[in-house]
Write a protein that binds this ligand. Structure first.
Ligand code: ATR
Length: 268
């Protein structure tokens, strides 16, 4: 039995145990995947306790991805660029290898599952928090024609623009262009029932819209985009499952099928 877990605060709502159990059943591996909620100032102690109990690895979610980045003994390029770790593998010698599968998970969901193109497209990203920082490098690597970044607090997005080549910063919504090919909402505005204050003209009839959060109903942001004639909208459930599949591959060296797991989560 391989021991795995997700560490977050809060963590009660996490779908990760179901997702990883489904992957494990697909490939016939016996796992136990727990949810662990360390106190806000107690990530490292709780993580080390879990490692001492024989963990093969663990996922890390909000607000501990930077703590996990600091905890890891070595990190992948993906994690270094994001300064965030969402997956740790415990090596046989006890060393902790940190990776970040959020960016590749998002890009796979957009380009493979949804079949939307990134290469050569005009892309707008909203937000400048940890969720956005974690995916910018992978979005840029997919070679969009342009990647524009807007954030409610421009000082925060300005910092990201200094760190990522090719990113263009828009301090005010008024300066944004019209009808982007792809708009990605990486803000947490929806969690408080709000919409990011951007002009409706950024959405056009050919705009695809990706909300990085997921919900069993159409998210408020996607509803707003549909009302503004967006071509297609998606929430972030596929990203969640794709980032998990990449974590599973890091732990076990095995590729798993994601569509049946996405379908299972949609159905329940
Ligand atoms: P996460 O780890 O989920 O990215 P975060 O680091 O707290 O969380 O970042 C939240 C992001 O959502 C930020 O970009 C935040 O904007 P500010 O930098 O201005 O705080 C954005 N956000 C939260 N509520 C918002 C709202 N009502 N309108 C627009 N952006 C909002």
């Amino acid at each position: 039995m391989h021991r795995l877990a997700v560490l977050g605060h809060p963590v009660g709502h996490s779908q990760s145990p179901r997702i990883h159990q489904a992957f494990a059943s697909q490939v016939g591996i016996d796992i136990r995947y727990d949810k662990i909620q360390p106190p806000l100032d107690g990530f490292e102690a709780r993580a080390r306790e879990f490692i001492a109990a024989g963990a093969k690895g663990f996922n890390i979610t909000v607000p501990f991805k930077f703590d996990a980045y600091q905890l890891a003994d070595t990190v992948s390029d993906s994690a270094r660029i994001a300064e965030a770790v969402n997956t740790i593998r415990v090596q046989a010698d006890g060393k902790l290898v940190g990776d970040n599968t959020d960016g590749p998970g998002l890009v796979t969901d957009i380009t493979v599952n949804l079949g939307w193109r990134l290469r050569g497209k005009r892309v707008l990203v909203l937000g400048a928090g940890g969720a956005v920082r974690g995916v910018l490098g992978h979005l840029l690597a997919a070679e969009p024609e342009c990647l524009h970044l807007w954030n409610r607090t421009p000082a925060k997005s300005a910092v990201l623009v200094d760190q990522f080549d090719g990113l263009e910063h828009f301090a005010s919504g008024d300066e944004l262009e019209s009808a982007y090919d792809l708009v990605i909402n990486g803000t947490s505005a929806g969690l408080t029932g709000r919409l990011p204050a951007i002009p409706a003209r950024v959405i056009g009839r050919n705009s695809c819209v990706y909300d990085m959060v997921y919900s069993d109903q159409t998210t408020d942001f996607n509803q707003w985009c549909q009302a503004n004639s967006a071509l297609a909208t998606s929430d972030g459930l596929g990203m969640l499952v794709e980032q998990a599949a990449l974590a599973f591959e890091i732990w076990f060296g095995l590729k798993v099928k994601t569509e049946p797991v996405i379908a299972m989560l949609r159905a329940t």
